[in-house]
Design a protein around this ligand. Sequence first.
Ligand code: 3HC
Length: 676
Amino acid sequence: MTAPSPIRTERHGEILVIISDSPPVNALGAAVRDGLEAGVKEGVADASIKAMVIRCDGRTFFAGADITEFGKPPKGASLHEVIDMMDASDKPIVAAIHGTALGGGCEVALACHYRVAVPSAVMGLPEVKLGLLPGAGGTQRLPRIVGVKAALEMVAIGDPIPAKKAAEVGLVDKVVGEGSLEADAIAFAKEIAGKRPIPRVRDKTVDPDPEAVEAFRKAHGRKMRGFDAPAANIACVVAASEKPFDEGMKFEREQFMKLMTGTQSAAQRHIFFAERQAAKIDDVDPKTPLRPVNKVGVIGAGTMGGGISMNFLSAGIPVTIVEMQQEALDRGTGVVRKNYEASAAKGRIKPDAPEKAMALLTPTLSLDDLADCDLIIEAVYENMDVKKELFTKLDAIARPGAILASNTSYLNVDEIAAVTKRPEDVVGMHFFSPANVMKLLEVVRGEKTAGDVLATVMALAKKIRKVAVVAGVCHGFIGNRMLSPRQIEANKLLMEGATPEQIDRVHVEFGMPMGPFQMSDLAGVDIGWHRDPTRIESIRDALAAEGRWGQKKNAGFYDYDEKRNPTPSPRVAEIIEDFRSRSNLPKREITDEEIVERTLYPMVNEGALILEEGKAQRASDIDVVWIYGYGWPVYRGGPMFWAQTEGLPKVVAGLEKHGFKVAESLKAAAESGGKL
Ligand code: 3HC
């Protein structure tokens, strides 16, 4: 028995309404495409029908091609065929849009002859975010409506625009009632049913705008570094302004296929699904009732505590923030206010947003004021004794059922939980600095953390617009644990003849925002230092002893000018040389390839160990951590995905060559041709 089609048609007098019902997002999979084709054919063939409306049930108009079909053998009518047929229809078709008309969905709308949308709808071509370009005519039709400049923003950046803006630029013909989309679309279709000629976007032309293209490249060049897709998107928009429609379509197709079969798009598609998968907790029922979180307490008003608070304030959740001294409290809340005001000045948030957010913030010097909080997050000094003392106090203060969270980045959450009488309510919430900006949240699941606590925190993460990943208790959890072997090897490489500049350059060329030593300088060379200037056991100790604490001191692994521009430091070169000569290590030429093998392969190895130990739920979670927490280039898909593209046998051979003990699971996957 064949499955019923997700597409049905309904007649309203002379108007045929074609309706898609394919949850969750009406992606344009084979059955939807076949149904659409049949629906339009029905409308064209029936003499009593004068116009058609295409709309979707559920939460959205078509949100794009079905990404799960990519890379698989083609099935059913192609999106091109369906779109061409719609375009050629001798009866006008109206797209009735709600939700998110994205990618192929937006392209379906562009192939319709008219578009109406509810005010809350958005339209966009986000394919570039998947390492692709709109491959069903989007790059050729969109510029013909909105012009080259606006089209570049929409396809090469990929951010959608709201219905009102779409109407302003001519993408939407009419904004209709929020609750009456179908009726309004039918009324609109009746109005235009007899109008001729039928307006077809393909018949329009768009003037070339080389200045806009140049300006766009200049403005966004840095952001697009390393990515293939933005340049291809730009080229297609330019083609729309220079080539006849059919030739432009051919060009678009070629470019699309090139991207689609490339590694970058595979990596970016992997991350799209990995991010959504990460939200799922394997052994917790997705229907688990969540604990209410209407009020949050944050302990510590430093950089971390302030940043953490902002996440909740921005989501409209009141925060009580605690410090020990009035001065620190004032300074911390002052920084929060300043951050909001700076965002408002740049137009990133509404002008009244800072006041609204600050009104939700209650500063206090007393932990007792946290008694009515549903979630309390401590962001105090990273020291086990300090944390234990604090959690003992919180245990006495917090209301029953409140979630007690630690923002520790390394420490044992089970040990912290053990000082309370409610270890099941204790969890790690490891934010990344700056906490109001970085998207990653590592949610650390203690041995006794309750399922509903975990589920509540994961759901809350989505509310505050974080990408959350569940990690088990181990030193540094997923992200920082993998950072450690990278740093150890980077330091060893210095001793063998590499320079900080070379190692950092290799990482930046790989696509990381910065290399290990640039990161040290930014974070502070003195972080975790024993603070005894006479005890010099490593290059780092020597730097710290001389006050070379990084950017904050204008000197670290690099020298910095007053604008914080780095230059290689002769003094650091001397220190490295001194250590090397004392350790009797011969100085040798280190190749870039060796740096990759010795700093990145061990991360993969550590990732495999993390999986073996069950400290991450799945390899793709590790990728999500590195993409959103450390700026691993998304076009390489995260360390575990990247290892697959490198070839696991090559990674294993590289690790063995450099004397690493290879994780058993990594070895096994390499031998069997399997995956991590
Ligand atoms: N194909 C297949 N599955 C999709 C999908 C798509 N295009 N878009 C979303 N989904 C799935 C998600 O994987 C998720 O599945 P899950 O529940 O099993 O995890 C489910 O739909 C719901 O998605 P979200 O959790 O993301 O739901 P939200 O409500 O938060 O967001 C959305 C909805 C804004 C539509 C978001 O899903 C999104 O941005 N989707 C991708 C849009 C896109 O990139 N479209 C272009 C596709 S490429 C294309 O069209 C090529 C063409 O030019 C030829």
